[in-house]
Design a protein around this ligand. Sequence first.
Ligand SMILES: [Fe+2]
Length: 146
Amino acid sequence: MGDNSLIEWKTVYSVSIPAIDAQHQELINLTNCLNQACMNGTESGRIYFQKVVHELVQYVKFHFSAEEKLMERIGFPGLAEHKKEHEHFVKKVLEGVKNFESGKAIVPNTFVRYLLDWIVTHIAKTDQKYGAYIADNKIKVLPEDV
Ligand SMILES: [Fe+2]
C-alpha cells in the first residue's frame, strides 16, 4: 500500500499571504504523513493512519474557515464557488474516514492519492484566484484578516 510520491509545496503555489502559505505547507505535510502511514500495513500503521487522518480533518476545517473568512473580508466575488469546493472536499474526506473506520475495504492508497491530488490542484489553481484578486486590487491583507 502507498507509494513514495510525496508532494512538495512550491513557491509557485504561493498566494502571497505568508500565514496562508504556511497553512498550505502544513496541509501538504499532514497528507504526506498519511501517505507514509499507508505504506505500513501493520496494526500500528493502521492506528497511526487513524490518528493522522483525524488531525488532517481538523486542520482542513481550520484552514478552510480561515480562507473563507479572508475571502469574506476582502470581498472576493468567487467566495460562494470556492466554498462549494471546500464543502465537497470535506464531505469526501469524512466519507473516506467513515468507510475506513467501519472497516470497509477502502484502499487507503487510493484515498490518500485523491487527497494529495485534490489539495495540490486546489492550491495551485483555485486558491490562486483570490491571490490574484488581492494583487490586482492592491488589497492589503492584515494579520487579523487571516
Ligand atoms: Fe481553498
